[in-house]
Write a new protein. Structure first.
Length: 317
């Protein structure tokens, strides 16, 4: 005979279940033995009862409030003081104006100022460099002589035109007279008062005068175009004089403003072509310094909101 006891259950504070199994095993008396086939069934039944008891008595984990650990800090008393905000930055100093002297006429440098050196300061209007001007002086003289010759030719044409006009008027009157005389000679010839040779002689006179009149009129008609051509030549000669005078001015270099010589690359007696850079001049009136300062640091110093600075930068772009 086998005696089996039900398990004992006890719930702890942490929600765990402790199972005490009390199993009494009978002893074999008087030659009786336990039926071994029933042992697995009994064990499974005990396990099912224990699992059911655990599920019934299960509870959630214990909740505790979260308490942050205290931190030890040190405090000081801050006094209000007046400070001047500063920013340390580095940048390049740039002049507000820079003038580059470039050769506009070719020639040899015949004079160079002692101040035309890098780092030297010069005044406004001070002469710094001079190119040989003889070629341009000769060009002015030659163009002026050509201009005077054209003017004389133009005056001559205008005078000839006036004279030819007078000759045409006189010859026209002579032709009209001789034509009338020819008509009279023809009438006399028809009346047998004159010979045929006299009529032919008068006819020849009329034809020669008509030919001369046509030549004069042709020359007179060509004179306006000749006068216009000479006037164009005169304008070209005067333009050549102006160009030569302008080239003469290009031979002298003066400082357009007060400044400092930045770079000088030429020497005296050196031949320079058109377009060559001679020197550079930086103005000393004002200067610009470009610093690499972020908008955030600028706002901290100026006391301006960062949004306003960024908006200003965006609008400037």
């Amino acid at each position: 005979m086998m005696v089996i006891g039900l398990p004992g259950l006890r719930v702890t504070r942490r929600g765990c279940v402790r199972i005490n199994y009390l199993i009494a095993v009978s002893r074999f008396k008087h030659g009786e033995h336990m039926n071994r086939k029933m042992a697995p069934v009994v064990i499974l039944g005990i396990g099912a009862v224990a699992i059911a008891a655990l599920l019934y008595s299960r509870s959630g984990p214990e909740k505790r409030p979260v308490v942050e650990p205290a931190q030890r800090v040190t405090g000081i008393t801050v006094k209000t003081v007046t400070v001047v905000p500063r920013i340390t930055a580095y940048g390049d100093v740039m002049p507000d104006r820079t003038w580059t002297a470039v050769a506009q006429v070719p020639g040899q440098i015949i004079w160079k100022s002692p101040k035309l050196k890098s780092g030297q300061f010069v005044e406004e209007g001070e002469e710094l460099l001079r190119i040989d001007e003889r070629e341009f002086t000769l060009a002015i003289t030659k163009s002026a002589a050509n201009r005077d010759k054209i003017r004389a030719r133009l005056t001559e044409l205008e005078t000839d035109m006036t004279n030819v006009a007078g000759q045409i008027d006189l010859l026209r009157q002579a032709v009209e007279y001789n034509e009338k005389e020819l008509d009279r000679q023809i009438n006399l010839y028809e009346s047998k008062a004159v010979s045929a040779s006299m009529v032919e002689q008068q006819r020849i006179i009329v034809l020669e005068q008509q030919r001369s009149l046509a030549t004069l009129r042709s020359n007179f008609d060509a004179m306006p175009s000749q006068i216009a051509y000479q006037k164009a030549e005169l304008a070209a000669a005067e333009a050549a004089i102006e160009q030569a005078e302008l080239d003469l001015e290009y031979t002298v270099f003066r400082a357009p403003f007060k400044g400092r010589i930045d770079e000088a690359t030429v020497e005296e007696r050196q031949y320079i072509p058109i377009g060559q850079t001679l020197f550079k001049l930086d103005s000393t009136a004002e200067a610009e310094i470009r610093l690499g300062v972020s908008p955030l640091r600028l706002a901290m110093v100026a006391g301006v909101q960062l949004e306003k600075i960024i908006q200003a930068l965006v609008e400037r772009r």
